[in-house]
Design a protein around this ligand. Structure first.
Ligand SMILES: [Zn+2]
Length: 300
């Protein structure tokens, strides 16, 4: 689609300035201290997509759908057991369709004390949607999660981190506390819309700290991205060690249907072991970290 101002090389300065200003990193919300004098905040998140990836693609293949169901059947029990044993609170982002497929899982995760956050309706790509559709789906998704978990979600992670030109406005209209989709920093920051502070906290993820990059397999693609678990552990550890050294935030994104396999669960187990051996970590949900950062910045 051609831009009304022509090709990018023809754009006048206000055009590209407007584009970069839609959801821009404002002031850093990296706090001077973490609760209890911890050196590092650890935010572990799971995007519980389960069957919604093939559904989103309109792919009715029972094979691909079964890969998603694995997330519920085998991965989630392993993950919940590990988190419970280690007494680590985490954040679980659910597409509404995934939550509706597995309501008992959502209720159980909420009862375990974890956070439930918004992650689209059916893992749709926001950038394909007009504003009104994105807004309706986001609100319906929040209602489903609220009904199942007994708590209104306060955070959004866009599906595939596909944050559209309208997403920030929708997050503000829904009065959410934070987003976790944009990547302008290692630590929390405040989002600006057209140069104006929004009060919305961004907790930045990164593909580097995402299991899908290393392990997601697409049958008809030539790529075979089966990174050895030991290499993934090495990358995650290096990211954590630097966050610890800088007294910052370590935010990890995992997918049950990808990370919950027999050969891969040990990555999370070893990582937690490593983090606990370094010590002084504050393991917290995204919501608690966003609240802390906001409060420390005098925004609450
Ligand atoms: Zn997802």
């Amino acid at each position: 689609m051609t831009h009304p101002d022509g090709e990018p090389w023809q754009w006048p300065e206000p055009t590209w300035r407007k584009i970069i200003g839609r959801a821009r990193a404002g002031r850093s919300l990296a706090p001077a201290t973490w609760p209890g004098g911890a050196r590092c905040a650890v935010a572990i998140s799971f995007d519980a997509d389960h069957d919604t990836i093939p559904l989103r693609d309109g792919d009715e293949s029972p094979m691909r759908i079964s890969q998603g169901q694995y997330g519920n059947r085998r991965a989630m029990p392993r993950i919940r057991t590990l988190l419970q044993r280690e007494a680590i609170p985490a954040s679980f982002f659910y597409p509404a369709v995934s939550a509706l497929l597995y309501p008992d899982e959502v209720r159980g995760v909420a009862q375990d004390g974890h956070e439930i956050g918004i992650h689209s309706w059916i893992h749709e790509k926001n950038t394909d949607l007009p504003y009104q559709a994105e807004r309706d789906l986001s609100e319906r998704a929040a209602e489903v999660l609220s009904r199942l978990s007994g708590k209104d979600p306060v955070g959004m992670r866009t599906a595939s981190w596909d944050f559209s030109v309208n997403t920030l406005q929708i997050i503000r209209e829904m009065k959410l506390l934070y987003d976790s989709s944009l990547m302008a920093d290692d630590d929390a920051y405040e989002l600006l819309a057209d140069g104006q502070p929004t009060g919305i906290v961004e907790l930045p993820p990164e593909w580097i700290r995402d299991d899908a990059v290393y392990w997601n397999f697409v049958r008809f693609s030539g790529l075979r991205p089966y990174t050895p678990p030991s290499a993934v552990l090495e990358i995650f550890k290096a990211e954590f060690d630097s966050a610890w050294d800088e007294r910052g935030l370590f935010l990890l994104t995992l997918h049950p249907h990808i990370s919950g396999h027999r050969s891969r669960m040990p990555v999370l187990e070893r990582l937690v072991e490593h983090m606990k051996s370094r010590g002084e970590c504050w393991f917290a949900t995204h919501a608690d970290i966003a609240r802390w950062c906001k409060q420390q910045a005098g925004m609450a």
